[in-house]
Design a binder for this molecule. Structure first.
Ligand code: ATP
Ligand code: MG
Length: 579
């Protein structure tokens, strides 16, 4: 066999189901018949960027739990901030959720509720629980206090209800300039929880909204809109990431004051991945500064990026089921994601031969003009995929790295005097090379043994290496894009003083190979089609391909670093036990 593994079937044994405390809570709630045993979740992205792998975790959790418990899951666009939101993002989010394999029960926008939210704000004012405050944003911050000091009450806090009603109505009617006033909840300026110190519910902002246009010049804040939107939709389990834990008392406060459907919030750990930046704001920066070629650049951790790269939704779901859900933030090894990807691609990818860095191989004793059709296996993991015919002829291309004029120790591939197997072809023995004026090898010469057709060795003689090839006359040309991690550091946010996270970018994250030689059978491949190039990795067709020239993305190489890590870890554990 060749030195590099051609398959990487990771052990198929399923690990025990990873812990998921949200599922445990739902099981209990259903058991006691809470809300009639109904389960209703929602996935609430803000349409201010493209979804990334972190969102996939939230999607799998929200849609997955709804599916598991015969419940419902809504897709709700959290569009309370008119400045950053765009229709393009809404469309990409819908596409990505569907690609992950989920369909929403209800499709909503927080902006659908602007009218109702306004009514409820009036109600809070009438109850004496909200007031119009004239402090500037900076003053509000100043008055808020700190974790160790209580806040100071706003001088406008005790305005009479009638005055508040009048001012709030006039805020809505556009009588005051942007930022000049806010509506605030009247809770507790001495609360140990900063979110409870009279949070802002509404601000004045003249910005056109992607759905409501210029209807509103006051916009609700996230905290005021989110829980009430959940409540309006009858959401039973509102699942969000841990940074909202401190917002939960406020979430509950609004629901309690308004006496509306009691949705409940649960917080889980945000996904962090090594070598990966999962923040829409920063990903937007990479797009805007053209570090990458758009949101769907195959190096991006966005769902549209990894889709173009050749990731499958199955692989992502497998990964999400493996990482589980917990109440403490951690960092997951990128290797675990890649391991899940390889496991899925190994099962589904047709195998083909493709030479990325071609070197001509001439078989001196093979009859000129003769062509044989060699039988090749399409997918050893899937017998139903059958076989195909691959042309074999006197002149082939092999990989440059599969030949050495002077072999290093342990090198078993082609070198003068050595014999290797051409996969599905014959055994060939290297007889010499042809060089150009610069002394570079331009052609490798060899002879073949006609008795070894299909790579068989009737006399049982051993060859240590099998290499892949394509017939020179039949091969088609293609470009191949090789990708490395976008970041050099395990933690892209780990920056030295005076530096910036962008200093951790990998300047060599993209390498383009041209003139790669491929099996002619690939000619009809379409954008998105995935293959295993034998011995080279998993690749898929990029939409930049034209009828004249295919362009491939390397999805991932074959070497399974995760399997290695796991092996090393197991060895460590064994050693630990012995102690
Ligand atoms: P970002 O910081 O990347 O902009 P966000 O939290 O602001 O992310 P939203 O659009 O508000 O993005 O997120 C929609 C849902 O996805 C939220 O419930 C959020 O908690 C969840 N989510 C976002 N990032 C992650 C992540 N890294 N891991 C798990 N869930 C996430
Ligand atoms: Mg957000």
């Amino acid at each position: 066999m060749s030195e590099a593994p051609t398959t990487n079937g990771a052990g198929a044994t399923e690990a025990p189901r990873p812990s998921n405390f949200v599922r445990d809570i739902i099981i209990q709630d259903v058991a006691v018949g809470k809300h009639g045993g109904r389960v209703h979740t929602r996935f609430p992205p803000e349409p201010n960027g493209y979804l990334h792998i972190g969102h996939a975790k939230s999607i799998c959790l929200n849609f997955g739990l709804a599916r598991e418990f015969n419940g419902k899951c809504n897709l709700r666009f959290d569009d309370t901030n008119p400045c950053k939101e765009e229709v393009e993002y809404v469309e990409s989010i819908e596409r990505d959720v569907r690609w992950m394999g989920f369909e929403w029960d209800g499709l909503y926008y927080a902006s659908d509720y602007f009218g109702q939210l306004y009514e409820w704000a009036i109600e809070l004012v009438k109850q004496g629980k909200a007031y119009v405050c004239d402090l500037t944003a900076e003053q509000v911050r100043e008055y808020r206090g700190t974790l160790t000091e209580p806040g100071k009450e706003s001088p406008y806090r005790n305005r009479p209800i009638e005055e508040n009603l009048d001012l709030f109505t006039r805020m809505k009617n556009g009588e005051f300039p942007d930022g000049s006033r806010t509506l605030r909840a009247k809770i507790d300026m001495a609360s140990p929880n900063l979110n409870m110190r009279d949070p802002v519910l509404y601000r004045i902002l003249r910005a056109s909204h992607h759905r409501t246009g210029d209807t509103w010049c006051i916009y609700p804040m996230y905290d005021y809109a989110h829980g009430q939107s959940d409540s309006l939709e009858g959401i039973t389990h509102s699942i969000c990431t841990l940074e909202f834990e401190d917002h939960r008392p406020l979430y509950e406060w609004f629901i309690e004051q308004l006496g509306i459907f009691p949705s409940r919030q649960f917080e889980f750990d945000r996904l962090n991945l090594t070598y990966t930046m999962l923040s829409k704001r920063r990903l937007l920066q990479l797009v805007q500064t053209k570090v990458v070629n758009g949101w769907d650049d195959p190096r991006m951790p966005t769902l549209s990026g990894i889709r173009r790269r050749g990731y499958t939704p199955e692989a992502l779901r497998l990964f999400c089921s493996r990482i589980g859900v917990s109440k403490t933030n951690g960092i997951i090894e990128l290797g675990l994601l890649e391991h899940s990807l390889r496991e899925d691609l190994n099962k589904r990818s047709p195998r083909v031969m493709a030479v990325l860095r071609p070197l001509k191989l001439v078989i001196e004793n093979y009859p000129e003009g003769q062509i044989e059709q060699m039988e090749a296996v399409n997918n050893p993991e899937d017998p139903s995929a059958g076989t195909r015919r691959v042309e074999f002829s006197r002149e082939l291309y092999i990989e440059q790295e599969d030949f050495r004029e002077t072999p290093p120790k342990g090198y078993y591939r082609l070198y003068p005097g050595n014999e290797v197997r051409l996969r599905y072809g014959y055994l060939v023995r290297c007889t010499g090379v042809v060089k150009n004026d610069a002394g570079e090898v331009t052609e490798v010469r060899c002879t073949y043994d006609p008795l070894t057709k299909g790579g068989n060795t009737p006399d049982g003689r051993k060859v240590k290496s099998t290499i892949h090839w394509v017939s020179a006359a039949h091969a088609i040309d293609a470009d191949v894009r090789l990708y490395e991690n976008l970041f050099l550091k395990e933690d892209p946010n780990d920056v030295e003083p005076g530096k910036d996270w962008t200093d951790n970018l990998n300047p060599n994250s993209l390498e383009v190979l041209t003139g790669c030689k491929m099996e002619p059978g690939l000619a009809g491949a379409k954008a998105g089609d995935g293959f295993q190039f034998e011995r080279m990795g998993y690749f898929c067709v990029d939409p930049d391909s034209t009828p004249e020239k295919l362009v491939f993305n390397r999805t991932i190489g074959l070497r399974d670093t995760w399997a290695k890590i796991e092996k090393a870890q197991k060895a460590d554990q064994k050693a630990e036990k012995k102690k």
